[in-house]
Structures are given as C-alpha cells and as structure tokens.
Write a protein that binds this ligand. Structure first.
Ligand code: ADP
Ligand code: MG
Length: 578
C-alpha cells in the first residue's frame, strides 16, 4: 500500500478514473451476463454511475448498478492485492525499478481498486450481487493490514443492485469532495465511459416573485415622478435545489460522425481505452454497410510492447468487440485479425452478431469472415497511409516495431501478398544506411534487368563484402541485403514483385544475361585439369566444381546448389537445432 501511495503521490487523482472504470466494468459484466441469464436483470434498474459528495465531512460516494459482488467475490477480489490491477502495477513498478528505469508507469497501468487509498484513509464497499439475496459490506483502512466483511443490515443503506463505494478522505484530500472537482476529473479521465455518470449537484433557477414594498423604497419612490408604475414590485430570486446532473457524453465515439471527431478525440480515446501513454501512429474510423454492418476504429500503435514477443503470443486484448454497443470481449482478437496483425488495436461494433457470441460462433461465422477481410484491408490502408506520409520518421518507427510482423505475413497470408509487399523495406547495395522499398528498387532497375537480386547474410557488412556482389557491382546492379533471419523465407514466399522474380545471387546458375558460350567453352578446356585436381582434393565436401564468369576479382566462391538451402538458411537451421 505504501508503495502505491508513494509512487503515485503526485498523481493521486487517478483514483477516480480507476473506481469509475471498475463501475463501468461491473455494468458491462452485468449487461453481458444477462444475455444468457436474464434473471440477473429481473429488477428494472437503469445502468448508471452516480457520484455524490459530502463536502463537510469529506466523503465521496460512488454507486453503480452493475453486477456487484457476492461475499466470496468480496474476499477474492478486494481481499488480496494479488487479484487486482494493482498487483500488475506493482509488479511492473518493481521490474522497472530493478531495470533502473522509470518509464511513465502511471499512464500505462490501471492501478485498480486500491488506488482509493491514495486519497482515503477508510474505504467502505457495500455491494449486492443479483445472485445473492444479501448485501455485504467490506471495510478497510489505509493503515490496517486487515479488512472486515459483514452483512449490510442498515435499512437506509440498502441498494437494489450493484456497488456503493464510500471514501472517507484523508484530511489533506478533502478537497476532492466537491462536485466541480469531480466533474473536472470525470471530463479529464473518464470521458469515454459509455454509461451515464451523474453527480449530485446544487442547482438553481431564477424566478420573479412579487414582493411587498419596502417602506424605505416606497419613500424613495414617492420622490420619483413616476410613482404609478412602481406600485407592484417584483424581485428576481434564485431558487436552490439539489439534483443529479449528467456529466459525460455517453454516445460511444465510434458511433459519432467521423467528420465531427477530431484527431485529438481519437488519440484520447486510444490512450484511455488501451492504457497507452503514447499517441498512435495512425487511426482509421469507418463504417461498413451492405452485406455486413459494423463500425470500427482501428489504430496502429507507435511501439511494440516491450519484453514480450507478441507474434508468438497473439493474446493481446487489442481488439474490443461490441455487439450492438454491448461490450462482449477483448479476447477474440485472434478471430478478427490474423496473428501477424495482432499489433493493431481498436474497437469493433457489430449489429449482425448475436449478443451471446462465443469463440465457436465467431470461428464458424460467415459474417466474421467478411468482417475480418474488411478489417485487414483497413489495417493495410492505414499502414500504407503511414508509409506515404511526408513524415518519413513515422514509417521508420513503424518498420522498426512491426516490420517483423509484416514479414511473418508474407509467410502466413498468401492472399494479402499484394498488400504486404509494397510495405516491405530492405537495405541494399546502393542504399547506404537507408531502407528502400521494392518500388524504389524496381524504379532503379536497369532497362534490361529482369530480376530482383538479393543476398541473405547475417549483417549488412558481411553482405557488402561477399564476392557474389563483385560482378553485380561492376554492372551497377542493385542487390537487396536480407539481414534479418526471417527476410529470406519471407521473400521466397512472395516469389515475385511487379512480375519480377526474386533471385538469390549466391545460388548456382546466376544468369546476368552476359553469357559468352564461346569463351566459356575455351575456359572450360583450359582449366579442366585444375578443376579435376580441386574435385579430387575436396571429394564429398562439394557437389561440383565449375568454371564460371560470375566473379571479377576473387578467384573462387562457394555457391549453393539450385535446389539446396542458401548458406544463410543453413546457418539459421544450425542455430535452431543447437
Ligand atoms: P481490475 O479492475 O484490473 O480487475 P481492480 O483492483 O480495479 O482490478 O478490481 C479488482 C476486482 O474487484 C475487479 O476485477 C472486480 O472483480 C472487483 N470490483 C471492483 N470494483 C467493483 C465494482 N464496482 N463492482 C463489482 N466488482 C468490482
Ligand atoms: Mg479496475
């Protein structure tokens, strides 16, 4: 608890965001579960979140009408930090401290229920699950290491369903118990919560009331020339009363007209929804109609999550699926995107899927197949957009983070080769430090050049120094350097680009269109003795020894057989079996 309080001290106002997000999760959960268990909603109660403050006593009440908690759930969910978002936060905090870093953790993590203790020294949670006929109270204090759970017996405190949190604020934090302060925090942190959030506010309206004439006034009026008119006197008074005030916009951003949503709105939504602290590289908001109707906002993040290889583990929770605005799950990203595009984040809201949709339904659904196709297409449009933007750095950033994913796509998604290939980038023999695209390569091809040349190596340096390059350099032919282990397999899967085949310059039979058969015949004759001698010396170590015209300054070179593995592949295979 100490760690939370101290590491977040400067930003303790996040407590409200956390508690509202729990309330919103609880409402989502109820709405979702009631699809298959309608008895959970037997009481007709609105889905909302209400916040009421008591200025004088420094108390904040946050009440939701969500799924609530049973006694056991209170123990499991609030009893131990290990269960909650707080635990994840603490672990990350520790890891980052161990690594000597202090990257912006607060922005990245939800700190969970325990963030209530940032501002409160006593927290009371009174909750009623529709699965239980009793209401329970959890009570914990900042300085105590234990909590209590008891049945709520006070008739005044009964709630029909959901959870009420009561925060007894610390002396220095009582300032949070102001409706205006709460409203500001909600606008700032929770503007994309899709349930109505109300605050209990003092309101006033003005009205004209007739008043008896004040004798002093009357005297004054007597001196006035125009006494007639002043006979009946009215006065404007402000009538005060308290009422609930809706303080958030509940229409989800993806339902709004894209023309009316600013880039800032999209970025804010992204950051709030995915707990990101960096702006995305690109976003795309679209609606598809016709055969299948859905709305979506997709994002390309600015960086790949560090520390975990999410190509191998595509369980990213990056796509939030809604059906008719009901949040269904963020666990279906594998069904909506191929794993090599699992870095794309976003929301998808469909009107055509059943609310009780399951993974099995998704996998069999024709609707989902169509959705998936469209989503993938939109994702590629978005990436292409980044690559064509004037800001070159953006695509460099993208390629650094997600280039590997696209290369994996070359291997796993034949159908989209046409979309992936223009996005690929490689170093080349003529590109110096910069990556080039295949389009740039093709533009730079010699008029009579038929193929796209490449060499796979373990580094740009070793590619530059290979004897295979000599002849091509002499002819000023550009060669792609495939230096990432996955490059070669990716290229072999694509096979060609704009009808030009990819050709490995380290393979036997490289034809640069400069064969001189006459001369070759002469050379073969002249050196047949040498060839025989080398063959004898090397024996089984090589398949054959040949005269060739592919070198210009080196005396000889080892090449791979036409159908064999390249030297690079062999190196890779070796490193994997070790
Ligand atoms: P997280 O939200 O990441 O699970 P939290 O610490 O915020 O972690 O919350 C812990 C758990 O407590 C939640 O997962 C949920 O089961 C339960 N919980 C918290 N607030 C509520 C609420 N308002 N209604 C129902 N359950 C809640
Ligand atoms: Mg939470």
């Amino acid at each position: 608890m100490d760690l939370i309080v101290n590491s977040l001290y400067s930003n303790k106002e996040v407590f409200l965001r956390e508690l509202i997000s729990n309330a919103s999760d609880a409402l989502d959960k109820l709405r979702f579960l009631s699809v298959t268990e309608p008895e959970l909603m037997k009481d007709a109660i609105d889905f909302d979140i209400r916040i009421q403050v008591d200025k004088d006593n420094g108390i904040i009440n946050i009440t939701d009408t969500g799924i609530g908690m049973t006694k056991q759930e209170l123990v499991d969910c609030l009893g131990t930090i290990a269960q909650s978002g707080t635990a994840k936060f603490l672990k990350a905090l520790k890891d980052s401290k161990d690594a000597g870093g202090d990257n912006n953790l607060i922005g990245q993590f939800g700190v969970g229920f325990y963030s209530a203790f940032l501002v409160a020294d006593r927290v009371v949670v009174s909750t009623k699950s529709p699965r239980s006929d009793k209401q329970y109270v959890w009570e914990g204090e900042a300085n105590a290491s234990s909590y209590t759970i008891s049945e709520e017996t006070d008739p005044e405190k009964q709630i029909p369903r959901g959870t009420r949190l009561t925060l007894h604020l610390k002396r220095d934090d009582k300032g949070f118990a102001h409706p205006e302060r709460i409203e500001k925090l909600v606008k700032n942190y929770s503007q994309f919560v899709s349930f109505p959030i109300y605050t209990w506010q003092e309101k006033g309206f003005t009205k004209e009331v007739e008043v008896d004439e004040d004798p002093a006034e009357a005297k004054k009026d007597d001196q006035d020339e125009n006494t007639e008119k002043k006979k009946k006197k009215t006065k404007t008074v402000v009538e005060k009363y308290w009422d609930w005030e809706l303080i958030n916009e509940t229409q989800p951003i993806w339902l709004r007209n894209p023309k009316e949503v600013t880039k800032e709105d999209y970025n804010e939504f992204y950051k709030k929804t995915f707990n990101e602290y960096m702006e995305p590289l690109a976003s795309s908001h679209f609606t598809t109609e016709g055969e299948v109707e859905f709305r979506s906002i997709l994002y390309v993040p600015a960086y790949a999550p560090s520390g975990k290889d999410d190509i191998v583990n595509p369980k990213t929770k990056n796509i939030r699926l809604y059906v008719k605005r009901v949040f269904i799950s963020d666990d279906f990203d594998g069904e909506l995107f191929p794993r090599y595009l699992s870095f794309v984040k976003g929301v998808v809201d469909s009107n055509d899927l059943p609310l009780n949709v399951s993974r099995e339904i998704l996998q069999e659904s024709r609707i989902v197949r169509i959705m998936r196709k469209r989503l993938v297409r939109k994702a590629f449009d978005m990436i292409l957009g980044i690559s064509m933007s004037d800001n070159k750095e953006d695509y460099e950033k993208f390629w650094d983070n997600f280039g590997k994913h696209l290369k994996l796509g070359c291997i796993e998604d034949r159908e989209n080769h046409k979309r992936i290939a223009p996005l690929l980038r490689f170093f080349s023999s003529q590109s110096d430090e910069e990556f080039i695209s295949l389009d740039e390569y093709v533009e730079n091809m010699k008029p009579d050049q038929k193929d796209i040349y490449y060499i796979a190596a373990d580094s740009v340096n070793s590619a530059k120094n290979t004897p295979f390059l000599e002849k091509l350099a002499e002819k000023d032919l550009e060669v792609l350097f495939l230096v990432d282990p996955i490059d070669e397999v990716a290229i072999q899967n694509i096979k060609s680009y704009k009808e030009k085949n990819f050709v490995d310059i380290s393979k036997e039979d490289l034809d640069l269109g400069d064969k001189n058969e006459e001369r070759e015949k002469e050379m073969k004759q002249e050196f047949s003795g040498t060839i025989d001698w080398i063959k004898k010396r090397l024996g089984d170590k090589v398949a054959s020894v040949q005269i060739s015209n592919r070198l210009s300054s080196s005396p000889c070179v080892l090449v791979s057989g036409k159908f064999g593995w390249s030297a690079n592949m062999e190196r890779l295979m070796k490193s994997q079996t070790m």
